[in-house]
Write a protein that binds this ligand. Structure first.
Ligand code: SF4
Length: 668
């Protein structure tokens, strides 16, 4: 019997209209867990590097996490993986909500889409009945509107729908997949869905998911619920409100936005307005939030209520969560009312709330600099807010200059030329990053920005405080109940981290300690992405309920896989390396691993090179960031090694194990 997973994937070929239910190999689950892990294996096996993002041979995989559908609290993520049109690398965006558990209850772990439909279609998955249905009447409809229309059409109000809006249909490189209470936004996965002619996937399931040891799992779940309560009553001291709790409910509940508005950059990720947050602004923003927010809402099986329904007079109600509250507001140099207004339209269009505002602000900067002219922007209004709405409409329709901007700042700048490249200054691996411009290089963030393959820093960081606390007493207080650290020495790294002096950034933490901290943070995100756990309860906040010490018990009792910390660490390392291997095979190298040039004012080229060298070595990668033959062998990825050798990515004499390395392995 299979536990936690169903043991079946749905394979849909949209070119042929073929639907297959395919049994999966349980050994793959042991090796790669599920979610992102098994997605990476499928992309490695079936999407060679020659396949372009908009090729019928590119796969679009909607995956549940291994523990989705079990009682594990907050385990509800859908992991969508494909080859991104924007980065040309593997995209693996996640969404919360209810879709993934529903798919499990319908009897499937993944939906794997290949080919392209000649006409716009949607999928209807209802337990064993799976249909490809005509969606021509949904063409041009908003993502949320589409979901509502499909529910009415199917007469299944409890079905869960993931859909694209106009942006996805028109292959906008930063198009999202929306799902009512959440969205998978990064990497342009909505554009791939649109390219395949797939408007939506509706799913309804009523089957059971088997649990290996239910009593044990329930006990663990109760411990998590108890911990969430304790943490709600004891917010972390010494950090801004946004970092003091779990999940991201603060965004929709808290009025104090001083941290974001003064630390994050405005406009096209350009300016920090350090004195923005005044009593007057706070009062106005408080009123705006209270007026617009209808009620708080949660994802499946989670008490956190991170999201909220937003009702702006004259517009349909929609759901907002997390930092999208501020992205449009700050890019347009406007206020919260405007942010709520434009986010409604953007959600219906289905666009990424990080990239889209930056693209529009980039266009306006080019216009102010005379690189784009009235000829490029005929009829553009003079008012800043109206300009944003005007640009948004043109981008999602790919009209005029919108057709160029729809490719994101990196590709748009290449197309526009005339020095526009200098204005596309906030990209990592060709993708817009969070709009941050800071002072002094932070070694931990430097490595995360360079080597993160999920691109968005919020999906890489977490657990270790972003900055040192001012006094040793505060730090001692913080580490007292820090049970989540993988090892006691992490507490020492934090205790010794000072605001100023020898033990301060950029030279502290030391490169060696920095590597361990970055690796820990990344590992937790990768585990979440395989299990389907919300990062808001695990890898992202400080002191979360899920951590490396209790995760193995969840996997053992839920999925019946014999698991301990060492095995879990090894599995996460295996599929993390596989994600890198997919990207290396697509040409990613050290030259691509850098933060935006102007991310920090003070840069240290020698230290940065040393950090990267040390981290590559720590991870078992060579100085180009390519996993070595030895490390691939240790992870059971010999098939990757063979492929790399055949393609000349690795050579026979490169990465040959040293005598010491071989001796160590023998000993193990
Ligand atoms: S913590 Fe928030 S975002 Fe995460 S599952 Fe719960 S409600 Fe959803």
């Amino acid at each position: 019997m299979r536990y936690a997973e169903t043991g079946f994937n749905l394979e849909i070929d949209l070119s042929r209209g073929n639907i297959e239910r395919v049994e999966t190999d349980p050994r793959e689950t042991e090796l790669y867990l599920g979610g992102l892990g098994t997605n990476a294996k499928i992309l490695w096996d079936r999407v060679p590097p020659e396949v372009e993002p908009f090729s019928p041979d590119n796969l679009l995989i909607f995956s549940t996490g291994l523990l989705c559908g079990t009682p594990a609290i907050g385990c509800n993520r859908t992991i969508v993986s494909t080859i991104s049109p924007q980065t040309l690398l593997m995209a693996y965006s996640m969404m919360g909500g209810f879709w993934a558990p529903e798919l499990k209850y319908a009897g499937y772990d993944k939906v794997i889409i290949r080919g392209k439909s000649p006409n716009l279609v949607y999928l209807w998955i209802h337990n064993d009945k799976v249909e490809i249905r005509d969606a021509s009447h949904l063409q041009g409809k908003g993502a949320i509107e589409t979901a509502e229309l499909i529910l009415q059409e199917l007469k299944e109000p409890k079905a869960q729908v993931s859909a694209i809006g106009l942006a996805g249909e028109n292959r906008v490189y930063f198009a999202s997949i929306e799902q009512g209470r959440s969205s998978a936004s990064r990497g342009g996965i909505g554009a791939v869905m649109g390219d395949k002619g797939l408007k939506a996937i509706a799913v309804r399931g009523s089957k059971d998911v088997n649990i290996a040891r239910p009593d044990e799992l329930m006990e663990l779940c109760n411990e998590v619920l108890e911990y969430i309560k304790v943490r709600a009553e004891n917010p972390i001291k010494g950090v801004p409100p946004i970092l003091a709790g779990l999940g991201s409910p603060q965004e929709m509940a808290v009025h104090d936005e001083e941290w974001h508005t003064t630390n994050f950059a405005w406009g096209n990720a350009r300016y920090r307005i350090k004195d923005y947050w005044t009593e007057e602004v706070e009062k106005k923003w408080t009123e705006s939030l209270e007026k617009a927010r209808e009620r708080f809402i949660s994802c499946y099986n989670c008490p956190m209520k991170c999201g909220a329904t937003i009702n702006v007079p004259g517009l349909p109600t929609y759901m907002m969560k997390c930092y999208s509250k501020l992205t449009y507001t700050m890019a347009a140099m406007s206020d919260l009312d405007f942010g709520f207004r434009i986010a409604q339209r953007a959600t219906e269009y289905g666009v990424d709330a990080f990239s889209t505002p930056q693209v529009m602000a980039f266009a306006l900067e080019l216009y102010e600099a005379g690189i784009l002219t009235d000829e490029d922007m005929p009829g553009m209004p003079s008012d800043s807010e109206e300009r944003f709405l005007w640009l948004l409409d043109r981008i999602v329709r790919r009209e005029g200059i919108g057709d160029v901007l729809a490719n994101g700042t990196y590709w748009a700048a290449q197309q526009i030329g005339k020095g526009a490249e200098a204005y596309a200054h906030n990209n990592i691996k060709k993708h817009e990053q969070l709009p941050l411009k800071l002072g002094m290089l932070n070694p931990i963030y430097f490595l995360m920005y360079c080597t993160g393959e999920k691109i968005n820093i919020t999906q890489i960081e977490g657990q270790f405080p972003q900055a040192p606390f001012a006094t040793r007493e505060e730090r001692e207080e913080f580490v007292k109940d820090w049970i989540q650290v993988p090892d006691e020495r992490f507490k020492q790294y934090f205790l010794d981290w000072e605001l100023r002096g020898e033990n301060s950034i950029p030279y502290y933490p030391t490169p060696e300690a920095t590597c361990e901290i970055v690796d820990w943070q990344e590992k937790m995100h990768y585990i979440d992405d395989a299990l389907g756990m919300c990062a808001g309860l695990s890898s992202f906040p400080l002191k979360p309920p899920y951590h490396i010490h209790n995760y193995p018990k969840f996997i053992s009792s839920g999925a019946g896989i014999d698991m301990d910390e060492a095995k879990l660490t090894q599995a996460a390392k295996r599929y993390r390396t596989l994600v890198r291997a997919v990207n290396i095979r697509r040409g990613m190298r050290r030259k691509d691993e850098k933060p935006p040039e102007d991310h920090w004012k003070k840069r240290f080229p020698e230290l940065e090179a040393k950090l990267l060298d040390t981290y590559y070595k720590y991870k078992g990668w060579n100085n180009q960031g390519i996993p070595t033959k030895e490390s691939l062998h240790e992870l059971g990825l010999d098939y990757v090694r063979e492929d790399f050798l055949q393609r000349g990515i690795l050579t026979d004499d490169e990465g040959t194990p040293s005598k010491e390395g071989l001796a160590k392995r023998e000993k193990k």
